[in-house]
Design a protein around this ligand. Structure first.
Ligand code: SF4
Length: 60
């Protein structure tokens, strides 16, 4: 699976980093999430996609 993150829409809530800490981290400088692994088989990224309150994560 590939992870796409629209950082311009991210509000830095941290939900994705809690659900899928292997794949997302909060960037303290910008206050937005950053993708650690662009390709993964970790199913938690699907939960992060669903859980993101602004829908800025897409997993394909
Ligand atoms: Fe940003 Fe969405 Fe992650 Fe919240 S869940 S930090 S809005 S990408």
């Amino acid at each position: 699976m590939k992870i796409f993150l629209d950082r311009s829409a991210c509000i830095g809530c941290g939900v994705c980093t809690q659900i899928s800490p292997e794949c997302f981290v909060l960037d303290e400088g910008s206050g937005t999430a950053k993708v650690l692994k662009e390709e993964t088989e970790d199913p938690s990224v699907r939960e992060a996609e669903t859980g993101c309150p602004v829908g800025c994560i897409r997993v394909e």
